[in-house]
Design a binder for this molecule. Structure first.
Ligand SMILES: *Cc1c(COP(=O)(O)O)cnc(C)c1O
Length: 361
């Protein structure tokens, strides 16, 4: 008998269920299950990616200064306090690796993003789930759940899969009231969808205990390339840079992301298209008795009468070549998360849900 042992916590991780992309026997599926940008990335990002193809024998930039400067310029942030990751998932993993271990607690909310729990367990720490109020993060509940063992609090704002967010005053109240050993992590994966919202960057600048994560996978349409970043106080960023692999992002990814963040016109265009079709879809669903909270992101959490209706609707959508996301794993068994697609996808998915509801009655 060998005595190979797995580190504590790791076997408690359930394998991640990613958004389905295929349906047995259906050719042209419309994928509305992973919150991708239906319009794709900026054409300038694609060009930059292709240009990088001429230098595949070279190691990528290790200090990632090109991308960090571009982000810094466009969003008026201090580039020295930006750290890039292979997706913001990697930044979340760095935060857990650097700041928690066995005996420590990591708070996430009831319907919070799955990677917080996974990364906490990977680091040997204990994830602590805190209740929400009607699918919205509850600051008082988070504060009540803090113990001397709490080291990290993760809040996605807006959150996935609920699409809801809490206001700046609530975030400030939370940051101010957390015990001194706790880092508040504001996950801004969907911050770009909220016009005028900085994802918490200003708060990072004013506090020593607030860290922000961002991604190029959602509004920027570069999920395939795996580019995310974090922004924090210098002391925290210095810690993360020690564990970041020197070549954690490929040059193609860095160049494409840099071009994407500089293309403000395309970014605004995508934000407006999303807003327009999100409103159209949410209203259409509401009219046929499928309510949702007002979403601030690029998806809608459609609520059905019960779990059976949600599952039957999902099965019907699949038969029509439409893939959406079941979210029972997020403790939302009655709901389906539908990414806001382009105009034609939105019309198709609303039409299909209408038919499903009509057929049932
Ligand atoms: C999609 C998502 C991320 C991670 O995206 P990456 O592709 O790893 O950058 C992080 N947080 C939330 C809430 C998300 O929905």
């Amino acid at each position: 008998m060998r005595s190979i042992k797995v580190q504590p916590g790791i076997m408690d991780i359930e394998l991640y269920q990613s958004g389905a992309a295929h349906i047995e026997g259906v050719d042209n599926v419309i994928k509305l299950s992973s919150n991708e940008n239906p319009l794709g990335p900026s054409p300038r990002a694609i060009e930059a990616y292709q240009r990088a193809g001429n230098n595949l024998h070279r190691y990528p930039s290790s200090d990632q200064i090109g991308l960090r400067s571009a982000i810094g310029e466009v969003l008026s942030l201090d580039a020295d306090r930006i750290v890039c990751g292979a997706g913001s998932d990697e930044i979340i993993a760095f935060l857990c690796q650097a700041f928690v271990g066995p005996g420590d607690e990591v708070i996430h909310t009831e319907h919070g993003f799955a990677m917080y729990r996974i990364s906490a367990l990977s680091a040997g720490a204990t994830p602590v789930e805190v209740r929400e109020s009607e699918r919205v993060a509850n600051v008082d509940a988070i504060l009540e759940a803090c113990t001397p063992k709490t080291k990290l609090v993760f809040i996605a704002n807006p959150n996935n899969p609920t699409g809801t967010m809490i206001g700046e005053a609530e975030i400030v109240r939370l940051a101010d009231a957390l015990p001194p050993q706790v880092i508040l992590v504001l996950d801004g994966a969907y911050a770009e969808f909220v016009e005028g919202y900085d994802g918490g960057a200003a708060l990072v600048d004013q506090r020593e205990n607030v860290f922000m994560t961002r991604t190029f996978s959602k509004l920027y349409g570069l999920g395939s390339l795996r580019v995310g970043w974090g922004y924090g106080p210098v002391a925290l960023v210095n810690v993360l840079n020690r564990i970041r692999g020197p070549f954690n992002l490929s040059q193609s990814a860095l160049d494409a992301a840099e071009a994407a963040v500089r293309d403000l016109d395309y970014t605004n265009y995508c934000r407006h298209e999303n807003e327009k079709w999100r409103t159209w879809l949410a209203n259409g669903l509401s009219e046929i008795g499928v309510p949702s909270d007002v979403s601030q992101a690029n998806f809608i959490l459609a609520r059905f009468a019960n779990q059976a209706e949600a599952e039957n609707c999902d099965t019907y959508l699949q038969s029509q070549g439409l893939v959406v996301r079941r979210v029972a794993g997020y403790k939302l068994p009655n709901a389906l998360r539908i990414t806001v697609g382009d105009e034609s996808a939105c019309r198709l998915v609303l039409g299909a849900i209408q038919s499903f509801k009509a057929g049932k009655k």
